[in-house]
Each structure stands twice: as C-alpha cells, then as structure tokens.
Design a protein around this ligand. Structure first.
Ligand SMILES: *[C@@H]1O[C@H](CO)[C@@H](O)[C@H](O)[C@H]1NC(C)=O
Ligand SMILES: *[C@@H]1O[C@H](CO)[C@@H](O)[C@H](O)[C@H]1NC(C)=O
Ligand SMILES: *[C@@H]1O[C@H](CO)[C@@H](O)[C@H](O)[C@H]1NC(C)=O
Ligand SMILES: *[C@@H]1O[C@H](CO)[C@@H](O)[C@H](O)[C@H]1NC(C)=O
Ligand SMILES: *[C@@H]1O[C@H](CO)[C@@H](O)[C@H](O)[C@H]1NC(C)=O
Ligand SMILES: *[C@@H]1O[C@H](CO)[C@@H](O)[C@H](O)[C@H]1NC(C)=O
Ligand SMILES: *[C@@H]1O[C@H](CO)[C@@H](O)[C@H](O)[C@H]1NC(C)=O
Ligand SMILES: *[C@@H]1O[C@H](CO)[C@@H](O)[C@H](O)[C@H]1NC(C)=O
Ligand SMILES: *[C@@H]1O[C@H](CO)[C@@H](O)[C@H](O)[C@H]1NC(C)=O
Ligand SMILES: *[C@@H]1O[C@H](CO)[C@@H](O)[C@H](O)[C@H]1NC(C)=O
Length: 433
C-alpha cells in the first residue's frame, strides 16, 4: 500500500473557540460555530502566514439539506457563490454530495461545518465523474481553491467519505480509481485538508482522521495528508488512524512543519516517494517534523526515493530514474511504539536487490538530514534491527545525521541498524553492514 493518496473516510474536528455575538441557524435554531483561532505552534515554517480578516457578521449562507433529492452539491455551490468575498457558509445539517463540486473560485470565505457531509457511494458514477489529476492517477469528489479560506468543525463537524463501497470494489478491481476525500488545489491562505496541492500558507490543525474497513476488504492507499507542489504548510495537533502514510511530502513540498501528531497504524511520516518519473525534477526542502507519537506503523520517520533506472515494483506501481533533491529535513522528538522500523531512509525504493540499486544510483541527492531525539520500542519484525539507512551511492547522500536515538527492539538486545553507503561517522547509532 505504498502508492499513497485516497483517504476515503475521515472525521474532521477543530478546536472549540470562545463565543461572542451568537448567530442562530434557521436549520433548527442552533448557534453557529465560530472560527477558532489557530496558530502554527510551537514551530512555524519561516515567514508567518497572513492573518485572515473577520467575516461580515451579516453575511451567512445557511445550506438547507434537500428533502427531495439525494444530492446537495448544487445548493452548497449556490451558498459559496453567494457568500464568497467576505461571508460564511454554514453546513450544520446532514448533507449528501452526489455529484462533483468545484469550489476553486473562493476568495475570503469561511466554512463552518457542524453537521455531517457524506459522499454518495455510487462507485460507477464517481469513477466517471470525479475530478481527475495526472499525478499518481488521483481524483477528487470536490475540491477547494482560491485564497483566504477557513474551514472548521469545532469538534463536531464530520466529513464521511463513505469508503466501504470503495474498499469492497477495490478488492475486485485493483486499478479502480478511487477519489481522495478532500483536495485543496491552488489554495493560498487557509486551514486544512487531505491532499494539499498547488497551495501555499495552509494550516491544518486539530483534525481527527479515521480510516477503517468493516468488511474483509482492507482500506488501501489511505494517506492522512499529502503535500504536492505546495509551500509554507503546517500540519499539527491531530490524530490520524490509517493504513498508509500518516503524512507524506510529494514532489515540490517546501517549507513545511508537521508537529504534535498522533499516528497509528500508518506507514509513517514520509518524504516521497520521489524520483518516480523520468525527466522530472522533484524537490523536498526545509521540512521539520517535530513531536510525533507513532504507533503500529511500518515506519516512524521515512525518506523514500526511487533508484536511477526504471523499476517495476508492484502491480500499478513502478518508477525510478527521475532526478531532484531532498535537502534540510529534520525529524526531532519521535516516540515509537511497535513500529517495524523507527527510521527508514532508502534510495532503492522498489528495488530490493542492492547490487542492482548500486548499479544505477538514484538521480536524487539527499542532504542535510537529521534524525534525532527518538525513543521507544519497535515491533518484533526486524528485531534486533530498529532502523535502516540505505543509499544507492556515497555521493548521493550527504550530511545525514542520527543523534540521541535510544529506540530498542522488543527482545531487549542491543539495537542495530542497517547502514549502506552512509558516512557512519555522522551516525550515533550502531551500524551493521
Ligand atoms: C477497474 O477500474 C478502472 C479504473 O477506474 C476501470 O477503467 C475498469 O473498467 C475497471 N475494471 C472493471 C473490470 O470494472
Ligand atoms: C496543480 O496545477 C497543475 C498545473 O496547473 C495542474 O496540472 C494540476 O492538475 C493541479 N492539481 C493537482 C492536484 O495536481
Ligand atoms: C518542481 O520544481 C522543479 C524546480 O523548481 C521544477 O523543475 C519541476 O518542474 C517541479 N515539478 C513539479 C511536478 O511541479
Ligand atoms: C491502531 O491501529 C491498529 C492496527 O494497526 C488497530 O488495531 C487499533 O484499533 C488502532 N487504534 C485505535 C485507537 O484506533
Ligand atoms: C531548514 O528548514 C526549516 C523549516 O523546516 C527552516 O526553519 C530552516 O531555516 C531551514 N534551514 C536551512 C539551513 O535552510
Ligand atoms: C529553505 O530555507 C532557507 C533558509 O530559510 C531559504 O534560504 C531557502 O530559500 C528555502 N528553500 C526553499 C525551496 O524555499
Ligand atoms: C496499536 O495497536 C494495538 C493492537 O492492534 C492497540 O491495542 C493499540 O491501542 C494501538 N496503539 C495506538 C496508539 O492506537
Ligand atoms: C541481484 O542482481 C544481481 C545483478 O543482476 C544478480 O547477479 C543477483 O543474483 C541478484 N540477487 C538476488 C538476490 O536476486
Ligand atoms: C539518472 O541516473 C542514471 C544511472 O545512474 C544515469 O545514466 C542518467 O544519466 C541519470 N539521468 C539524469 C537525468 O541525471
Ligand atoms: C535525547 O532524547 C530524549 C528523548 O528520548 C530527550 O528527553 C533528551 O532531552 C534528549 N537529549 C538531548 C541531549 O537532547
């Protein structure tokens, strides 16, 4: 399940704010939830994000759930058209979205979700009608873009991707194109989402994401958060229960801070995979991952890069030969519980034969990486090994450091590490070959 993308069931909840003037909804007379105040904390990615002005207290668009049809997309779209430029769209009832919703024209609008938004489970319809993206054959039910948008749920809002029919259909068709729950495409200034693409100055905070299947068919390719072609992004103070990357930094992710996350059951917090496509240049630069609790995952901290030649890996997943660089990535303060590897860095992604990997070193350079302040216990899987750092050539990995790492294997033996083509003098861990 390395291919990433597509989280189909998520529960959104944002911090509760203190109320001042109360506005009541005509959908049952409940008070409308207020925009919480969210800051990047304790770290931030460099230049501060612009403040978002308060919205017009007289400009609320309440969306009435349709009683006749099972698709509220048209009414939701109308509300955004009316309340754009300074208003607040209120979604405080139960809605179903049964057709694609393009919200990429937004400019200064708040979205208060205290109700439930569900997506219809008509797999055949969505496969035909979802928004399609070239990158990793991804697609979306709805998408948000524009500038200065705040989306909040204050601990009660819920977005239900209705993943079960997708997990079941995918078990029968492994090339089924499954939509990503939430896509921010070209949003500048705003808070939250699942795929953050073509966007800048975004803070995601206090989200609770859950993915799970209730049938025998597993929920696959369920990344918590992916960033792609995006700059100045913060993802913080959230809980993610899933089975693929908890957070992953795809090509051209820059100036990113990920902090105070609880991840369970994932593939870790991952840079990559990168270098997948020949002729493309991928950049991941200035990433700090801080204060993470990682449990039941295949990896804690992970950097995965394809080797220098085309490599078939799994059905529907192959790549390699692309170029680029990973520079200035820090993983600091990570508590490990039952993860297979505490740290996995590889430039041989998709190629388990080290001889072949060394023959075609990666066209991606990895430099200025620090793994530090990590503790806890791994799973039994590779005991007594707890981490692996594998470069395709000593010239392709520069200044990779490991400091103050006390992660132990469950057997209590001395923790060992696989270190290949690394400068071992910078690694304060016990490397075996
Ligand atoms: C499997 O899914 C793909 C992509 O969504 C689709 O093109 C193909 O027709 C499906 N195959 C079957 C047997 O339904
Ligand atoms: C991002 O922008 C590029 C270039 O405009 C576009 O091709 C792509 O569809 C956009 N969205 C995603 C998710 O890649
Ligand atoms: C990523 O950035 C590099 C360098 O700026 C550029 O050459 C490349 O086209 C970008 N890739 C994508 C997918 O946007
Ligand atoms: C954590 O993930 C495991 C599977 O790896 C699952 O069994 C468990 O229920 C999850 N914990 C929570 C709190 O959801
Ligand atoms: C490394 O990245 C962090 C943000 O993640 C940034 O604060 C720092 O200035 C960067 N350092 C260098 C030397 O670029
Ligand atoms: C990374 O951070 C450094 C130091 O702040 C900055 O000079 C550089 O431009 C940043 N890189 C990118 C790609 O933004
Ligand atoms: C890890 O998984 C075990 C068993 O699957 C579960 O009991 C435990 O709660 C999980 N840890 C977390 C932090 O969810
Ligand atoms: C790895 O590749 C080399 C070169 O092709 C080959 O000689 C060797 O048998 C391979 N090793 C394994 C374990 O497949
Ligand atoms: C990628 O790496 C291969 C093998 O090391 C090399 O032959 C090729 O020239 C490289 N391509 C680029 C664009 O650097
Ligand atoms: C080493 O990491 C531990 C967490 O495992 C932390 O409490 C301690 O302060 C760190 N020591 C140094 C010297 O940074």
């Amino acid at each position: 399940m390395v291919q990433s993308l597509a989280s189909l069931l998520a529960i959104a909840s944002l911090a509760v704010s203190s109320a001042s003037a109360v506005v009541y909804s005509p959908n049952g007379g409940k008070p409308v939830i207020e925009r919480p105040s969210i800051k990047a904390w304790p770290l931030h990615p460099g230049k501060p994000h612009a403040a978002s002005p308060a919205r017009d207290p007289d400009k609320y668009c309440f969306v009435k759930p349709s009683c006749k049809s099972d698709d509220d997309a048209a009414n939701i779209l109308k509300a955004f058209q009316t309340c754009n430029h300074g208003g607040t769209v209120v979604l405080d009832a139960d809605y179903t979205i049964g057709s694609p919703l393009d919200l990429t024209f937004l400019d200064g609008v708040d979205v208060a979700i205290s109700g439930t938004i569900s997506f219809s489970g008509d797999v055949d319809y969505w496969v035909e009608h979802s928004f399609k993206y070239a990158y990793q054959v991804s697609s979306a039910f709805w998408r948000f873009g524009g500038r200065d948008v705040n989306i909040y749920g204050n601990g009660v809002g819920l977005i239900n991707g209705n993943g079960q029919p997708w997990y079941d259909a995918f078990a029968a068709n492994a090339s089924l194109q499954r939509p990503i729950l939430l896509v921010l495409d070209g949003l500048n200034g705003g808070s939250w989402f699942n795929l953050i693409a073509n966007s800048s100055d975004i803070i995601v905070s206090d989200m609770d994401i859950k993915v799970g299947s209730t049938s025998k068919n597993p929920a696959k390719n369920t990344d918590g958060w992916d960033t792609y072609r995006s700059d100045s992004i913060v993802i913080q103070s959230s809980t993610i229960n899933n089975g693929d990357d908890c957070v992953s930094f795809k090509p051209n992710s820059t100036n990113i801070v990920v902090q105070n996350l609880h991840c369970n059951g994932s593939h870790g917090i991952s840079v990559g995979s990168l270098g997948q496509y020949i002729g493309e240049y991928d950049v991941v630069e200035n990433v700090t991952v801080y204060d993470i609790s990682m449990s039941n995952a295949s990896d804690g901290a992970r950097i995965k890069v394809w080797p220098g030649n085309y490599t078939p890996f799994q059905p529907g997943l192959s790549g390699g030969g692309g170029s680029g660089h990973v520079r200035n990535v820090t993983y600091d303060t990570v508590h490990n519980t039952n993860n297979d590897w505490a740290v996995e860095l590889t430039q041989c992604y998709g190629q388990s034969n080290q001889t072949l990997c060394n023959l075609y070193p990666s066209n991606m350079t990895i430099s200025d990486v620090v793994f530090k302040n990590m503790w806890g216990t791994t799973s039994k899987k590779y005991d007594p090994k707890v981490g692996t750092l594998v470069c395709s050539s000593p010239e392709k990995c520069l200044n990779i450091r490991a400091e103050n790492i006390t992660v132990t294997p469950p057997s209590g033996k001395t923790a060992t590490w696989v270190c290949t083509n690394m400068d071992n003098s910078l690694l304060d861990i016990s490397c075996i070959v």
